[in-house]
Design a protein around this ligand. Structure first.
Ligand code: S3P
Length: 445
């Protein structure tokens, strides 16, 4: 997060709530918003974006693209105009790029810069400075980029791009859309064909959008589900008009809130339901969640629907680890649903949660336990025995560790607690969902 160093933490106690009723609309998808600005900045001419998420993470991307020569301007609420410089023509930034809390900005921009004849220094907040960058340094070094990173491959780091870069074939060692995207974006300005092999599918917004902007990109899926993605470099991107669909990862907090608060009946409009992102809805339905898709349609080339969510008696399940990549950001709030379900929910295969904005397994285990839930932390997951719908005791303050999703998840837990849940700092929420608290407060009436 980019809050000034001297801004004080903003604690808040999230109190028990009556039924959540009404209709809300969630803000634009964070992944698609980042990519709209980056690709717009590489297309010659004006890209117009509506529904852009105006959270701190996306604003960090906008500032970085400006520092490298693009014109990025806000023209109205969620309405932005991006005039790009062309692939290969990014300018040398004159100061370090401050990525705030944003791993997506950092890793995708490292990819873009890796095949340009410029260098850049990346800095970020305390959370981002702990996150591993080796996963992108490795393939981008193979392509010819040079790195001087802090210990353990972390920020601050300086990257010197290679021009021309070398096309590679890279098999992803971790299921990560950020690593995949970094290599594909580097491939945009690399002669020849850059190939990424993805054994486990992750969000495919980069592939869809690169094609939409006119890059030559092919995806082949074999019988085992392994995806091979090839992009032809020295691409020429054409400016686009983009409508960003609502973020399923932001909708997630209200989906779970409506399921666990008795008497709730909530319509959440404009929820992106790309199959590589929709795992949470599937898992909640397996737990007995009553979620109906209304008005299914396409927005910006992505499947979207309004979701009608009714309070439901949830049951614990064993969550199939194969579904994890399609709901990787939604586990913190799934753990809250599990804490209110009847019986035990077991999650496994979630090592990646330890390297998000915080170690989300430890952070959620500690926060939920403090609020009175029964949680066991294992090496790669949490096992949670729920209350069967009884309110949690509540308490706190729970520690958010500069992680927006821990703050919002525990705010949701507070809605079904006796004493409320105190969150130590709500400032990080602005990285991805600045309207979260006002939407929630509006629903409580
Ligand atoms: C993202 C990919 C995911 C996700 C992050 C956004 C993206 O990260 O957690 O919030 O936009 O590509 P990983 O690639 O680390 O899984």
């Amino acid at each position: 997060m980019t809050a000034p160093a001297n801004s004080a933490p903003r604690p808040r106690r999230f109190l028990p709530s009556g039924p959540l009723k009404g209709t809300i609309r969630v803000p634009g998808d964070k992944s698609i918003s980042h990519r709209s600005i980056m690709l717009g900045a590489l297309a010659v001419g004006e890209t117009r974006v509506t529904g852009l998420l105006e959270g701190e993470d996306v604003l960090a991307t906008a500032a970085a693209m400006r520092a490298m020569g693009a014109t990025v301007e806000r023209t109205g609420e969620g309405e932005w105009s991006v005039s790009g410089v062309g692939v290969g023509a990014l300018l040398q930034p004159q100061a370090p790029l401050d990525m705030g809390n944003s791993g997506t900005s950092t890793r995708l921009l490292m990819g873009l810069i890796a095949s340009h004849a410029i260098s850049a220094t990346f800095i970020g907040d305390a959370s981002l400075s702990k996150r591993p960058m080796g996963r992108v340094i490795e393939p981008l070094s193979q392509m010819g980029a040079a790195f001087e990173a802090s210990e353990g491959g972390r920020l601050p780091l300086t990257l010197r791009g290679a021009n021309p870069a070398v096309p590679i074939e890279y098999r992803l060692p971790v299921a990560s859309a950020q690593v995949k995207s970094a290599v594909l974006l580097a491939g945009l300005n690399t002669p020849g064909i850059t190939t990424v092999i993805e054994p486990v599918p992750t969000r495919d917004h980069s592939e869809r959008m690169l094609r939409g902007f006119g890059a030559e990109l092919e995806v082949e899926t074999d019988s085992a589900g392994v995806r091979t993605i090839r992009i032809r470099g020295e691409a020429e991107l054409k400016p686009q008009t983009i409508e960003v669909p609502g973020d399923p990862s932001s909708a997630a907090f209200f989906i779970v809130a409506a399921l666990i608060v008795p008497g709730s009946e909530l319509v959440i409009q404009n929820v992106g339901l790309n199959p590589t992102r929709a795992g949470l809805v599937e898992v909640l339905r397996q737990m007995g969640g009553d979620i109906t898709e209304l008005n299914a349609r396409e927005v910006g080339g992505e499947p979207v629907a309004d979701l009608l969510v009714r309070h439901s008696a949830l049951k614990g399940i064993a969550v199939d680890p194969e579904i994890a990549p399609s709901m990787i950001d939604e586990f913190p709030v799934l753990f809250v649903a599990a804490a209110l379900a009847e019986g035990t929910t077991v999650t496994t295969g979630l090592d990646e949660l330890r390297v998000k904005e915080s170690d989300r397994l430890t952070a959620m285990a500690e926060a939920l336990a403090l609020a009175g839930a029964t949680v066991v932390e294992t090496e790669d997951g949490l096992t949670i025995t729920g209350t069967g719908g009884e309110a949690l005791r509540g308490g706190g303050p729970v520690v958010t560790h500069l992680d927006h999703r821990i703050a919002m998840s525990m705010a949701v837990a507070g809605l079904v607690s006796r004493d409320g849940v105190e969150v130590d700092d709500t400032r990080p929420i602005a990285t991805s969902f600045p309207q979260f608290e006002s939407l929630l407060d509006g629903l409580r009436g």
